[in-house]
Ligand binder design. Structure first.
Ligand SMILES: [Ca+2]
Length: 339
């Protein structure tokens, strides 16, 4: 921890020395709590198979006795496979689902796999009437996975699945962001459910928060105390201007940003460097098709600093986590956080 503090101090001197601002620092991890989120909650009440799922043989059934709602997934042919969309598992993941047989005396067999290869649960010749819940700990599986339900009954009567719920825990990250008097150009470098008004409510002296509407090449501003209709959602990977009448520190907690997809329109776009690893304006420009220039906001001098692609390398500047950056492009593309 001590090493990290010295690092932050050195970074502070360095950043102020280079007239960059809005220092970001990690808060001690002791303040962090895991965030539990539901990444799947499927009761088969809408489209079947649900969007992003794949299916061979299972049907959406309205006939019979669902566990929840009015419908459930039903299979009566051996080898019917119902596969969830790709789910991003965090540190600790749990799967629960409800299953039943359709008719007493017609046993069901059901197997559950991860990524169609690893069996994690099975039930052979199950013949008890009623709905039952299976709860499976999937903490040994990290990253992107699918869950596959394979019906194995070959009978006139079949098996039912309902209310499939997957919860996962992500570690919470907390950071402090220094805001100076005047305009600050920042990004929120973790996943939150914040709106512009949440930024304002968590600091003293905030006048307004602006986002950049790249399709219309114009600012959209939420004025603190103004009409709530101008409030907007804070998106990962986007930059925001925060206008302050005094300096303050904003503390933000959230989960790690897994990925972003920001559409880049011809002209100016306002991105946010959310990754912990530093880069440079020149490196970022090389990863954006048709990039003409990249500008950062020097909040000490309240002025832009611009690196022009193909221009003098002396104008290149470091890009740190938390910085908002204007990117001028000649062609549309998607930015997925490359840099
Ligand atoms: Ca249901």
């Amino acid at each position: 921890m001590e090493k990290k503090r010295i690092f932050v101090l050195l970074m502070t001197i360095f950043i102020f020395g280079s007239n960059c601002c809005n220092i970001f620092q990690f808060i001690e991890t002791a303040h962090a709590d895991p965030l539990v989120s539901i990444i799947l909650d499927e009761g088969f009440e809408d489209i079947f198979p649900p969007i992003g799922w794949t299916n061979t043989g299972w049907v959406d059934s309205l006939y019979g006795f669902p566990h929840g709602g009015s419908s459930w997934a039903y299979s009566w042919a051996k080898g019917d496979t119902l596969t969830t969309k790709i789910l991003s598992f965090g540190n600790h993941t749990n799967l629960s689902f409800w299953y039943s047989i359709e008719k007493v005396g017609h046993p069901m067999s059901l197997e559950v796999y991860i990524d169609e290869t690893t069996i994690i649960w099975s039930m052979d010749n199950f013949s008890k009437p009623g709905y039952f819940q299976a709860v499976i700990n999937l903490s040994t599986y990290h990253g992107d996975n699918t869950i596959n339900f394979v019906g194995l009954t070959s009978d006139f009567y079949g098996q039912c699945l309902d209310d499939i719920i997957v919860t996962t825990q992500q570690d919470e990250i907390c950071e402090d962001i220094d805001l100076l008097e005047g305009w600050n150009l920042i990004t929120i470098p973790m996943q939150t459910s914040w709106y512009a008004s949440d930024i304002a409510e968590n600091i003293t002296g905030c006048q307004s928060i602006s986002r950049w509407d790249s399709s219309n090449q114009t600012y959209k501003t939420f004025i603190v105390g103004g009409p709530p209709a101008f409030d907007f959602e804070i998106k990962s990977g986007c930059g925001y201007y925060v206008d302050m009448v005094q300096s303050d520190i904003i503390s933000v907690c959230g989960s790690r940003i897994d990925n972003v997809s920001i559409p880049l329109n011809i002209g100016w776009n306002l991105l946010g460097w959310y990754l912990e690893v530093d880069t440079t304006a020149s490196s970022l420009s090389e990863n954006i098709p048709g990039c003409l220039s990249i500008s950062m906001w020097d909040c000490v001098n309240q002025t832009y600093k611009t690196f022009i692609v193909g221009g003098p390398p002396a104008f290149d500047f470091p890009v740190f986590q938390g910085m908002g950056l204007f990117v001028d492009v000649t062609q549309t593309s998607m930015w997925y956080g490359e840099g």
